[in-house]
Design a binder for this molecule. Sequence first.
Ligand SMILES: [Zn+2]
Ligand SMILES: [Zn+2]
Length: 144
Amino acid sequence: MKGIDGLELSPRKNEYLKYLLEKGGMAHTTDISAHFDLDPSTVTKAINEMSSTGLIEHMPYRGVCLTPRGREYATFLVRRHRVLGLMLSHYGLTPREACSEASKLESYVSKDVVDKICKSLGHPSMGICGRITHDKCCCCPDDE
Ligand SMILES: [Zn+2]
Ligand SMILES: [Zn+2]
């Protein structure tokens, strides 16, 4: 993921990407708006803005689909959430609190910082709300 610092998108757009990943990489805009309880036009507008980033493609009648780069980015977003949640749980927060606090702050934590925290935690494989995956370029940049 060269040239990405993790701060490119708004918190809500990050949530859309994670939702798409959860759905296997594709969803209809109406599914997204229903899931987030938003007006479909709000989602369509955001999706159109995001199409220009190369992370998603909007295919008429089929829906919104993650590109390979978008999938990689969304995978990073999930790792960021889980690494931060795990870190917070080490400071006395319950798993539920840690997960919720991580959701509030994650979009403002750069990839570089997440990689450093991930490394300092020993690249954990389990977070408080799911598995943490580590790809070579995320966690071991020297090997690239
Ligand atoms: Zn969580
Ligand atoms: Zn790692």
